[in-house]
Design a protein around this ligand. Structure first.
Ligand code: SF4
Length: 261
């Protein structure tokens, strides 16, 4: 990884070159040079996710698998979506920035979803992701899906916040017939095999550096969670965050880069 100072702002142009599954991937990322909260790197994590998903889709294509996801097909948007703490706060900002009456409409959908989850007896468990054992996640996710609760941002079966959608949503692409997504099982729905799992990496990075330590937050509880958990995290230099993120992603220690001259 190399970094070049940008003259007009305290940003570094970081360049990462990776070879993944035989494909060369070059990422150029503006990274804040100084003390930075992890939340400020969310745009960078989105770019990384999109780049790695593109490689993954190309890999699938070479294996004869085509992505069957289409605009207007929102079955997966009734699933339990795990997001990072920084994403929950970002979604709250997105909602708060909406003009009225849209903001109230979206907030009302979150409230209605919460009531449905309470009626189904799922709400309290969902509020405590640290209590989940690994083996609980899939059965709980099935129970959740059976409630048929649409994501509050789903409109006409499409994502109404597409540019702001969470990392997990960006990574979820299926290669099995779209009709199977209405009643998914582990056997009937297959996803594009990801070459690198950015969403999961960001969640764990976030949890480790957060005073709350939530391994994930359910998208459907993002607003209440963000309301109750202000960002009290410690900043660190942007390049240190990026090195740690790539180290976790790849399983290799990323050395500190010397500035290019
Ligand atoms: S944020 Fe968008 S893509 Fe993600 S679950 Fe909600 S509607 Fe679907």
């Amino acid at each position: 990884m190399a970094t070049t100072p940008e003259k007009s702002a305290e940003l570094l142009n970081a360049t990462a070159e990776l070879t993944i599954a035989g494909q060369k991937v070059r990422l150029e990322m503006p990274v804040p040079a100084g003390p930075t909260r992890l939340a400020e790197l969310l745009p960078l994590f989105r770019s990384m996710t999109d780049a790695f998903v593109a490689v993954s889709v190309e890999n699938a294509r070479t294996e004869g698998l085509a992505v069957s996801c289409r605009k207007g097909c929102g079955a997966c948007c009734r699933q339990l979506v795990p997001i990072a703490e920084i994403e929950a706060r970002r979604l709250r900002e997105v909602v708060e920035a909406m003009p009225e009456p849209r903001r109230s409409t979206i907030r009302a959908r979150f409230d209605a979803a919460r009531q449905r989850l309470a009626q189904a007896g799922l709400l309290e468990k969902l509020r405590e992701p640290r209590q989940f054992r690994d083996e609980d996640v899939i059965p709980f996710g099935m129970d959740y899906f059976q409630q048929g609760i649409a994501c509050p941002f789903l409109e006409e079966e499409s994502c109404s916040i597409y540019a702001e959608r969470p990392l997990a949503c960006r990574e979820y692409l299926v290669v099995t017939p779209a009709a199977h997504c209405a009643a998914p099982t582990v056997e009937s729905v297959s996803c594009v095999k990801l070459v690198l799992r950015t969403a999961r990496t960001v969640r764990s990075l976030n949890a480790e550096h957060s005073e709350y330590g939530a391994p994930w937050v359910a998208l459907i509880l993002a607003l209440e969670w963000a309301d109750a958990h202000p960002d009290g995290s410690s900043p660190q230099p942007g390049p240190a965050w990026v090195r740690e993120a790539f180290g976790r992603l790849t399983g290799h220690t990323v050395p500190e880069a010397a500035p290019e001259t």
